[in-house]
Write a protein that binds this ligand. Structure first.
Ligand SMILES: C[S@@+](CC[C@H](N)C(=O)[O-])C[C@H]1O[C@@H](n2cnc3c(N)ncnc32)[C@H](O)[C@@H]1O
Length: 278
């Protein structure tokens, strides 16, 4: 492990480290060892990655990435960088969360620019808050670079505006998959159904029949439109449109699988007018 008095310049000879230091308004000679950037990769279309995120990928010494990051974005990574896949998909945990955090802490002590690359936005159902808190606690410099979240981008690419003056003045983003043992109360589907005209559900496919039952039980009509968008913004994007009364059977019939965003609400009626040609 490198001595903690080492600087970015001694760790990496690249001009990237200098550029990052200058952009942050500090002399490279005074930067403490290593920094972790929590970068949002966006939903898949490489054109939706931010310029800041792209610049960091090109400079990175280490990139620790998740399962939902698209191959075109991985292709932008500095070819000299160490690349580590810590991807998790439902039922397939390649690395536990604690191990990932320990890995980031270790890499920040041995490398200058460590990018933690996450699908969508790191702070939207991405555990970015937890990872950042652990890094801060460990004394590791860390910065978040927001990304375009799938809950906005996937509906947009499917021709669904989440708000519209004639259809919806409110939108709620909610997870359909709550972490076990978390301290917050269970999701209050009833108050969401009554208080929000558009509902955007992440990770909802597995619990879809339960969610539909909760929303209908809270008073939403079974005629309420529902759209599912799978692999949104990617060339393989797929959509399924129905109502609260039909969507569960449609998912089973089409064998529609994750990752998908579900949108519930009248804004879906605009889809036929606004959708892009595929
Ligand atoms: C752990 S959450 C991460 C969300 C991510 N941080 C974001 O801001 O988009 C994973 C879920 O996001 C949704 N998701 C991510 N990328 C998607 C995409 N390209 N198309 C549709 N849904 C996507 C799915 O609901 C998936 O199960």
């Amino acid at each position: 492990m490198t001595n903690s008095t080492d600087t970015l310049t001694t760790l990496v000879s690249s001009t990237c480290a200098q550029a990052v230091a200058e952009a942050e308004g500090i002399s490279a000679a005074h930067i403490p060892l290593g920094k972790v950037y929590l970068v949002g990769a966006g939903p898949g279309d490489p054109g939706l990655l931010t310029l800041k995120g792209k610049g960091l990928l090109e400079c990175a010494d280490v990139v620790v990435y998740d399962a939902l990051v698209s191959p075109q974005i991985l292709a932008m990574i500095n070819p000299q960088a160490e690349q580590i896949n810590v991807g998790k998909r439902r039922g397939r945990h390649s690395r536990l969360q604690d191990e990932t955090t320990q890995l980031l802490i270790h890499k920040a002590h041995t490398h200058a620019i460590v990018v933690r690359l996450k699908g969508g936005d790191p702070f939207v159902f991405g555990r970015g808050g937890e990872e950042m808190a652990d890094l801060v606690k460990a004394g590791v410099p860390v910065e978040v670079v927001p990304g375009v979240t799938s809950g906005i981008a996937a509906p947009a690419y499917a021709g669904i505006p989440l708000t519209h003056r004639s259809y919806s003045s409110s939108v709620t983003f909610v997870t359909g998959h709550e972490a076990a043992g978390k301290y917050r109360p269970k999701i209050n589907w009833s108050s969401i159904a009554q208080g929000s005209e558009t509902i955007v559900i992440y990770m909802g496919l597995h619990n879809l029949s339960h969610i539909v039952a909760e929303l209908c039980g809270a008073g939403l009509s079974d005629q309420t439109p529902v759209a599912l968008i799978r692999w949104g913004t990617r060339p393989e994007q797929e959509e399924l449109v129905g109502t609260l009364g039909t969507i569960v059977a449609q998912v089973a019939a089409a064998q529609f699988e994750a990752p998908a965003i579900a949108v519930v609400g009248d804004v879906i009626k605009l889809k036929s007018v606004l959708e892009r040609p595929h």
